[in-house]
Design a protein around this ligand. Structure first.
Ligand SMILES: NC(=O)C1=CN([C@@H]2O[C@H](COP(=O)(O)OP(=O)(O)OC[C@H]3O[C@@H](n4cnc5c(N)ncnc54)[C@H](O)[C@@H]3O)[C@@H](O)[C@H]2O)C=CC1
Ligand SMILES: O=C(O)CCC(=O)C(=O)O
Length: 528
């Protein structure tokens, strides 16, 4: 029986034709995604679901999707898909990371001109017969400074076009290497430097714990008076109430938002603000982009449903059926090592070195390196997987070196990952025990044996008496339950590392208390 696909959002007809041409049954119900009950009733009949942003693929939808094997997002953001649940159910989630980037960058620039020249208000006034020539004094963009917050796919296209407009472009993106910034023609700066320098600020990051409200009242107060703010990335990057207050006070000369905290937004605090321009999440809405993403998602879904080939999957390593059982624990180890190193690294990564020793050196190390890069890049990028991670790393100028060697030392086999930044090299190594579970065996040259849990504390300290007791007391006083506790030290009395698995993440206040424990040098909370 031919696989059956449901398209539940407004996708270009190009997708329907592709499915049909490749022999897949397709139902195109472009408004079904808006009707939760109807979607729940229908989803059980399909092997594939193709969506944009309207359909919310919740835990409930996934639970009702008995046959579903693949969810294809025609676009970039997958905030509307419960990926964890889909993964648990063995459903692949794929997206099209590049197909609408140019169009979205163009929308950000259109929004920039709209606020610079107050076009929507001038249009409304003119069509109301007022001819208010002196009311709408604009701002020329030539020679002005554009501040990018996030310089990935879309941000770098905006930079390219803005340079063509003879703007000076500065960018805050912790992941941007100096070489990549130079190649793009942008000046890499910190957020603190960007805020007071930029005449226009445009946001192009995913919405993460680090970027939520990155433009808050404090950031707004540091901006140039009368500067303009553009958000065509995700609602929640800017605090809407604070932006409204800044428009009211004149701190901001204007703001243009395509995306909102709640969508669709019908009654927003920003509406009616002075020189506030809005569009209903139209960033990706051009015929060209919609054809690109629809064609791409349909091809990818057909490849998977018909041949088992996987492209741009967010939750699926590209590993053949034969090698999967042997490789899977090492994939997990490599991803954990990457994630560990990525969460400890705060400056731009110039390169990574992966050493494979013993039996692991004979395995598919391409897949393992891709898994390590996935772990490394996940805290910073919107969508990264084992398929996309190597090219994303390459695009960002991260050099990847692989070394394979015979077994050496106490462990039969191990992987060591070293991150190279402008300032330092930091390495972390691990192995897989007979129980099939990965263990960390060395951090920064210090030996230890630790299993990583979902919530970990990474503490560097001096190996001095009293430290463990004091640390345990602080954790106990704050009702933090310790699951596992692992120690390692360079030499007696020298540098030491402590990896503690805790049941719940700890608050900022507890982190500050732990940092104040005697002999502690640094405390970080890590999530896996
Ligand atoms: N309005 C619309 O219709 C559309 C919106 N988008 C959204 O645009 C955003 C950007 O998309 P892409 O450029 O494709 O993503 P990307 O993953 O290529 O780039 C994101 C960049 O943000 C940077 N970044 C991550 N954390 C950061 C932080 N804390 N501070 C500063 N920079 C940080 C990353 O290093 C990366 O370079 C996403 O949120 C995406 O969902 C994408 C397409 C259409
Ligand atoms: O499909 C759309 O219109 C939204 C696009 C978007 O936000 C994305 O691709 O991240």
């Amino acid at each position: 029986m031919a696989p059956k696909v449901l398209i539940s959002d407004k996708l270009s007809e190009a997708a329907v034709n592709t499915f049909k041409d490749r022999g897949i049954d397709v139902d195109f119900q472009s408004n079904l995604g808006k009707d939760k009950e109807a979607l729940l009733a229908a989803i059980g009949h399909y092997d594939g679901l193709a969506i944009r942003s309207t359909t919310k693929v919740t835990e409930k939808v996934i639970a009702a999707a008995d046959r579903l094997r693949v969810i294809g997002r025609a676009g970039i953001g997958v905030d509307n898909v419960d990926i964890a649940n889909a993964t648990e159910r063995g459903i692949i989630v794929m997206n099209t990371p590049f197909g609408n980037a140019i169009t979205t960058a163009e929308h950000a620039l259109a929004m920039m001109f709209s606020v610079a020249r107050q076009i929507p208000a001038a249009d409304a006034s003119t069509q109301a017969g007022k001819w208010e020539k002196s009311r709408f004094m604009g701002t020329e963009v030539t020679g002005k400074t554009l501040g990018l917050v996030g310089c990935g796919n879309i941000g770098s296209i905006v930079a390219d076009r803005a340079l063509g407009l003879r703007m000076k472009v500065i960018a805050f993106d912790p992941f941007l290497t100096p070489e990549r910034a130079k190649a793009l023609g942008v000046e890499k700066v910190e957020l603190e430097q960007l805020l007071p320098r930029a005449d226009f600020i445009t946001l192009h990051t995913p919405l993460t714990d680090k970027t939520r409200n990155i433009i808050d009242a404090d950031a707004l107060s540091k901006m140039k008076r009368g500067a303009f703010l553009i958000n065509c990335a995700r609602g929640g990057l800017a605090d809407e109430t604070a932006v409204r207050a800044a428009l009211d006070s004149g701190t901001l000369g204007g703001a243009a938002f395509d995306v909102f905290v709640d969508e669709p937004t019908k009654d927003n605090v920003l509406f009616g603000g002075l020189n506030f321009v809005s569009t209903p999440h139209l960033g990706a809405s051009t015929k060209e982009a919609q054809e690109n993403v629809a064609l791409q998602v349909a091809e990818q879904m057909c490849d998977y449903l018909l041949n088992g080939a996987v492209t741009n999957a967010l939750n699926m390593p590209s590993i053949s059926a034969d090698e999967a059982p042997k490789l899977t624990p090492y994939v997990k180890l490599a991803e954990q090592l990457g994630s560990f190193a990525g969460q400890l690294t705060e400056t731009a990564i110039e390169g990574i070195r992966l050493e494979y020793a013993g039996v692991v050196a004979e395995m598919n190390t391409n897949a393992l390196t891709a898994a390590a890069l996935t772990g490394l890049l996940t805290p910073l990028l919107q969508t990264v997987n084992m398929v996309s991670a190597p090219s994303l790393a390459k695009n960002r100028g991260i050099e990847v070196e692989e070394i394979k060697r015979a077994q050496k030392g106490a462990y039969e086999t191990y992987i060591r990952l070293t991150v190279l930044t402008e300032r330092q090299e930091r390495s972390v190594a691990g192995t897989v025990f007979a129980d099939g579970k990965p263990r960390i065996i060395q951090v920064k040259g210090i030996n230890m044996e630790a299993e990583l849990g979902p919530h970990m504390l990474y503490i560097t300290n001096e190996d001095k008496p009293g430290f463990i007791g004091h640390l345990g007391t602080e954790l106990g006083n704050h009702e933090v339950n310790i699951a596992t506790f692992n120690l390692g030290r360079m030499t007696a009395g020298g540098d030491a590392i402590c990896l503690v698995e805790i049941d719940e993440p700890v608050s900022r206040e507890v982190m500050d208390r732990l940092a104040a424990v005697s002999h502690v040098k640094q405390v970080k909370s890590l999530a896996f």
